[in-house]
Design a protein around this ligand. Structure first.
Ligand SMILES: Nc1ncnc2c1ncn2[C@@H]1O[C@H](COP(=O)(O)OP(=O)(O)O)[C@@H](O)[C@H]1O
Ligand SMILES: [Mg+2]
Length: 295
């Protein structure tokens, strides 16, 4: 199997990208998601426990589940944080060898996953991932929007043939069990927008289910500050707005209920609000940011 270290595209069915870490990006994704520190520290500790002591836990089957689930509404940073976890784990474990990050996105293949479900899932979990786990000391697999196939069996309300949904979800669960037994150096991070739609049989296989939420005002202010600081790195005139913590808090209040993605984009939204700003972003004023909170 060929891995393109530059292009990150993958020839494996159902895999949207492959990255060998650590890479020049460092811990970019990890650092750019602002959540309660306890969430990051629990996530990192669990991943390190699982991956740094694979031999010990291999001797204790069932003691530690190498599945972590991130739940929460869209735009709360689940996918980015999962990738960020792989980045920081790769750095922490770098002296023991590389980490391969595999992103599986069942959502991009619904018809195939549901139609030919068993065969595709089995190929991925029984062949491709074990093969990668032989080639890399550590493997982090992100199964993004896992609800696409792990739908709660009692409430499968898909347009698709429910029998296919059940088969797909059974195939995933059984395949994951085989993968976990065979490959002690693999950690699976699953994300889902709909915690309640996920199969109980799936969540019961995870030692760690972490809910991400719409940011509180304090976190929102930090996310806005992060975006402004990034822009100030390019247009230095924005520096004053970027360091004005009172402004960040006021903006956060005006953006109550916004998700992380919307908050992150607030300054860009402001820049695209006026032609003069679009041409000269350094002219951004606090009024522009307040206007962007209400349009
Ligand atoms: N808590 C957060 N802190 C900083 N940025 C965030 C946060 N949540 C979301 N974002 C921004 O929104 C983008 C999309 O987030 P994503 O990881 O795709 O969310 P999800 O997978 O939960 O839908 C991220 O790349 C990031 O720029
Ligand atoms: Mg996502």
């Amino acid at each position: 199997m060929a891995i393109d270290h530059h292009n990150h595209t993958s020839p494996i069915h159902g895999v949207s990208s492959l990255r060998v870490l650590p890479d020049e990006g460092g811990t970019r994704s990890w650092d750019r998601i602002i959540v309660d520190e306890t969430i990051k520290s629990r996530l990192l500790s669990h991943a390190l426990l699982a991956l740094a002591h694979e031999k010990e836990f291999y001797a204790l089957p069932g003691a530690l589940q190498r599945l972590v689930i991130l739940t929460g509404p869209p735009g709360t940073g689940k996918t980015t944080l999962a990738a960020g976890l792989a980045e920081i784990v790769a750095l922490e474990l770098a002296d023991k060898g590389d980490t391969c990050l595999v992103e599986v996105n069942p959502h991009t293949l619904p018809s195939e996953m549901l139609g030919e479900s068993q065969r595709n899932v089995a190929r991925l979990l029984d062949n491709s991932l074990p093969e990668l786990s032989l080639r890399f000391p550590h493997v982090v697999v992100i199964i993004d929007e896992v609800e696409s196939f792990a739908v709660r069996r009692s409430s499968a309300s898909f347009e698709a043939n429910p029998i296919d949904v059940h088969r797909a979800s059974d195939a995933v669960l059984e395949g994951m069990d085989r993968l976990m037994k065979r490959c002690p150096n693999v950690l699976v991070v699953a994300t889902t927008n709909f915690a309640s739609a996920i199969d109980e049989a799936f969540t019961s296989r995870a030692d760690l289910v972490l809910p991400l939420t719409i940011p509180d005002p304090e976190t929102s202010a930090k996310i806005i500050a992060l975006s402004l600081n990034e822009l100030a790195g390019i247009w230095t005139d924005i520096g004053e707005l970027a360091s004005n913590t009172v402004l960040h808090r006021q903006l956060a209040e005006a953006c109550a209920g916004w998700d992380g993605r919307q908050l992150r984009r607030l300054p860009l939204k402001a820049l695209s609000g006026r032609k003069e700003l679009a041409l000269n972003p350094g002219k951004l004023r606090s009024e522009d940011l307040f206007i962007a909170t209400s349009v």
